[in-house]
Design a protein around this ligand. Structure first.
Ligand code: GLY
Length: 367
């Protein structure tokens, strides 16, 4: 298990050099890469940090430091996605090493993201520039960027960062989570009055459908919001969005790219969404007071990880650069049915959390 994920990470290190950051696989199985300004640029270094966390082998720390070095210049980039790019690298790196220079990078990034917060809306805007006057859009994905703000606010940055992160999460719960626990992808607001205007989708099948990775971001994001705030509304939101996700999974526990897509016989899956939820469920199990519910979350995470680790999703051929195949980054753009670096990251994160919680991963990949 560990060998498989490590081998894939080492092959990527041998094949690429920063600033060519792996994003998703091309036909043939090698990585398509992007520069440091892409929102996904941190995930390879993030997977290296998580491997260092598991192994304590300084060689993994060295690789993580080499791969994250080019991201420090991104702290002024006007994007909410600095949460993904900077927290999962420098933030986790700081937690694992205590290197104060990493903390400074994280706090700078949090200050940049704070400028994207509008108090009328009570949320961080997504995609558009911080001063855009024409529209105000927020996606469900932005929940994943709140950890940067919670952590910065509680660890020496402006304490307001944590307050506005909480406000964002509460408004996302109000406006992006449906009564049945499903989620909309995008909410549009009037930035002067803060009124919710409408919903839409960019990466889902339809406005009223449920995009599976958006749902996964909600599960992971609300679970993290609960960790930092201990506000029971976030625990309930994590529970409801997780239950929705699990309820709608096909028998092999890996969702189609959108839960409501018709013609399921030909619809691509999204292994990245499955990996994100497996990781979140391990954390959520730790917050469950009821032993049966706790066990159910652990068992569900185990079942998802077992399926992801089977040859159907984790191809053993070394020519395929990613750990997981059948991921869908952006179906409307035609980026479907590939390996995805962030899917691999959450797979590594999930396995690490599962092990740390005292469970054996030996059965995931016994062949
Ligand atoms: N924006 C993150 C995603 O594509 O899921």
């Amino acid at each position: 298990m560990l060998k498989y994920t490590e081998q894939r990470l080492l092959s990527t290190d041998a094949a690429l050099n920063p600033p060519a950051y792996p994003v998703r696989t091309k036909p043939g199985g090698s990585w398509l890469t992007e520069g440091a300004d892409d929102w996904t640029a941190g995930f390879y270094a993030a997977a290296l940090w998580r491997t260092y966390e598991r192994t304590h082998d300084p060689a993994w720390r060295q690789r993580a430091e080499t791969w994250q070095a080019g991201l420090a210049r991104q702290t002024k980039q006007d994007t909410t996605d600095l949460g993904f790019k900077i927290f999962d690298t420098y933030g986790v790196g700081y937690q694992l090493t205590g290197d104060e220079s990493y903390k400074r990078v994280v706090l700078q990034a949090a200050d940049t993201v704070a400028r994207r917060y509008n108090p009328n809306v009570g949320m961080f805007r997504v995609w558009d520039k911080a001063d855009d006057k024409t529209q105000y859009r927020v996606n469900i994905d932005a929940l994943m960027n709140l950890e940067l703000m919670f952590w910065a606010g509680q660890n020496g940055g402006n304490p307001q960062h944590a307050d506005i992160a909480k406000r964002h999460a509460l408004r996302a719960l109000q406006d992006l989570v449906r009564p049945d626990g499903g989620t909309w992808m995008v909410a549009h607001y009037d930035q002067k009055t803060g009124a919710l205007l409408s919903h839409s989708t960019k990466q889902g099948y339809a406005t009223e459908s449920t995009w599976s990775r958006g749902q996964a971001w909600a599960v992971h994001g609300f679970t993290t919001a609960y960790r930092y705030t201990k506000d029971p509304r976030f625990l309930d939101a994590a529970r409801r969005t997780a239950d929705y996700f699990v309820r709608r999974l096909p028998p092999d526990r890996v969702p189609y790219w959108d839960f409501d897509v018709p013609n399921k016989a030909t619809a691509p899956r999204d292994t990245s969404a499955a990996a994100v939820v497996a990781s979140a469920l391990v954390e959520l199990s730790g917050y469950e007071a009821d032993p049966a519910a706790k066990q159910h979350d652990t068992d569900t995470a185990r079942d998802i990880l077992t399926s992801l680790s089977s040859p159907a999703y984790a191809p053993r051929q070394p020519k395929f650069a990613a750990m997981l195949q059948h991921g869908t980054q952006h179906f409307p753009s035609g980026w479907a049915d590939t390996g995805i670096m962030f899917g691999d990251y959450y797979y590594v994160e999930a396995i690490g959390r599962y092990e740390k919680a005292g469970n054996s991963t030996a059965a995931f990949m016994s062949d």
